[in-house]
Design a protein around this ligand. Structure first.
Ligand SMILES: [Zn+2]
Length: 277
């Protein structure tokens, strides 16, 4: 059983996520201890786990690994609110905010200016951000059999709703198609991303890029939620029910940046998501 104490009546403080210890047929709110700050105060990340009444896979949904990327947070909360543990097969684990210092500071990076999605799975005895990343992976994300990691565009950029996935890998290709975004980008995971690490550990993983940073965009949040519900239904984790089916996604084999060697203001003529020759 849990060796840790209760912070309050509803939230359990633990040192790591252990799905097998969670009660079946319940939603459990946890705070998982990661590091301590300069005053010795514990930094714990919130985790909401719904362990279904029937056994099955552990599906993890994570958001705000970049602290200024907000759209994934309401997706996580609304998905958890809508799920009934009695009808769930397996366990859904939601982490609304992976990068707590970044969220508090409205910044993409961790508080030592490190991009956490470039250093996964961290280092057990490394510097502050490396230790934080190591404990995120070893104490939380390592418990997942599947991962959907929710992001947005970076600061100063805009995105459609698109999915990054390795389309050469049948499971991740299927996860991406079921999400039914506007665009799917074939993108074998790079080393040191959370998606790359999870995939290498045997947990098929996709990255969902939900629009723009620093804002909440209700339409894109709703569409992401709908895609995740369709995905979980196809995996037989949720009971079958009708889902809206958006138009089929555009499949991109690769992406690249276009640079200019001139200064001045740039005017971009195509609309976001528009097909160009
Ligand atoms: Zn991001």
């Amino acid at each position: 059983m849990f060796s840790s104490s209760y912070l309050d009546r509803n939230i359990l403080c633990v040192d790591s996520l252990n799905v097998e210890e969670l009660p079946m047929g319940c939603k459990t709110r946890l705070l998982v201890g990661l590091v301590h700050d300069g005053l010795g105060r514990a930094m714990r990340i919130p985790v909401i786990a719904v362990r279904g009444a029937r056994p099955g896979p552990v599906f993890g949904i994570t958001a705000a690994l970049h602290g200024n990327e907000l759209n994934g947070i309401p997706v996580v909360h609304r998905l958890i609110d809508s799920i009934s543990p009695e009808t769930l097969r397996g366990t859904l684990v939601a982490v609304p905010v992976l990068n707590i210092p970044g969220l508090v500071r409205h910044e993409r990076e961790f508080r030592d200016s490190t991009d956490l999605n470039h250093i996964m799975p961290g280092v057990a005895d490394g510097n502050e951000s490396q230790v934080y990343a190591y404990r995120l992976t070893s104490r939380v994300v390592g418990a997942f059999n599947y991962l959907a990691d929710l992001h947005t565009a970076s600061f100063g950029r805009i995105n459609t709703l698109y999915v990054r996935a390795d389309l050469d890998e049948p499971t991740t290709a299927r996860m991406a198609m079921l999400q039914r975004p506007t665009i799917i980008l074939h993108n074998p995971p790079r080393d040191h991303t959370l998606r790359g690490w999870a995939s290498a550990e045997g947990a098929p993983a996709i990255t969902i890029e939900i629009g723009d940073p620093h804002v909440f965009q209700p339409k894109k949040v709703r569409r992401t939620l709908s895609g995740l519900r369709a995905l979980l239904t196809q995996m037989k984790m949720l009971p079958r029910r009708a889902h809206p089916t958006p138009p089929p996604p555009v499949l991109c084999e690769a992406s690249r940046w276009i640079y200019t060697d001139r200064g001045g203001l740039l005017r971009v003529n195509p609309e976001l998501g528009e097909l160009v020759e």
